[in-house]
Design a protein around this ligand. Structure first.
Ligand code: ATP
Length: 249
């Protein structure tokens, strides 16, 4: 079945679309089998959230947009699930906040690195980072530690959607300001982030771009105010409360 054959009036259209894109990602060699499992976990949390962007997530997305606009060297990290689900939307966000895109894989293979880089090149990115791998994240085993020295290695702010908890922690220890997108507010990645966004990446990225475009002419002091007004603990608690007590849509 192709994307256009999915019935748009189906009550679970977005979920069907997501599954379809991930399946296609696996077929194209972009997404790993582990990525399929990660998607299943995410879907369960999204179901409990009512498959919507809750208020605290929208505030996190606005703070994240402000943080990316303030950054000297922002990098958007992408993996196989991100590439399959929101490649075009990631390119738009990179354009709105003037960020680099770097491929960063938990299960790193040269074939998948190249397939994902090629996928982003097809979406118009001229320089996809991550293939040089001449930098290292301290305190991680060899393959998982690899980054580009002039990409994530030199970044002050990194967006790491769907990141593994260990690596999110190690990046934080390097002094990077981390923005994490993860539907599980209890995951370690969300817990260590300066700005945790508990939302489906499919909704989060376009909303961050919309906020960034709206905020692009604000001065630094105003952007800093938006970042400072955001509290990660409160946002995580609000997301957990929505999952535990929320009404199902
Ligand atoms: P941690 O180590 O941080 O506790 P993990 O390594 O156990 O997490 P994985 O199994 O790698 O987590 O799963 C990836 C995470 O990505 C899950 O927490 C899942 O909720 C989240 N996730 C999956 N799909 C999406 C999506 N479309 N949007 C946002 N988050 C997602």
């Amino acid at each position: 079945m192709s994307e256009i054959d999915l019935p748009e009036d189906h009550p679970r259209y977005q979920s069907l679309l997501t599954r379809h894109r991930i399946e296609e990602g696996v077929e194209k060699g972009i997404t790993s089998k582990q990525g399929l499992i990660a998607e299943g976990r995410g879907e369960a949390f999204d179901y409990l959230l009512g498959e919507r962007t809750i208020k605290s997530a929208d505030a996190a997305e606005r703070a994240a947009a402000a943080q990316l606009l303030l950054a000297d060297h922002p990098v958007l990290s992408v993996n196989g699930n991100v590439a399959a689900l929101v490649a075009e939307e990631m390119v738009d966000l990179a354009d709105a906040v003037d960020a680099d895109i770097e491929v960063n894989l938990f299960n790193r293979t040269p074939e998948r690195m190249e397939a994902i880089a090629a996928h982003f090149r097809e979406h118009g990115v001229t320089e996809v980072k991550g293939l040089t791998a001449d930098g290292r994240i301290p305190n991680l085993s060899h393959e998982r530690a690899k980054v580009d020295a002039d990409g994530i290695g030199a970044a002050d702010v990194v967006l790491v959607p769907l990141e593994d908890g260990d690596r999110a922690e190690a990046l934080g220890e390097m002094g990077k300001t981390e923005i994490v997108i993860d539907l599980n507010p209890l995951s370690r990645s969300a817990q260590v982030a300066a700005i945790p966004i508990v939302d489906n990446i499919i909704r989060a990225i376009p909303n961050m771009t919309a906020h960034a475009r709206e905020l692009q002419d604000e001065d630094e002091a105003r952007l800093q105010e938006i970042v400072d007004a955001f509290d990660p603990e409160t946002a995580l608690q609000a997301a957990e409360a929505a999952i535990r007590d929320g009404e199902l849509a």
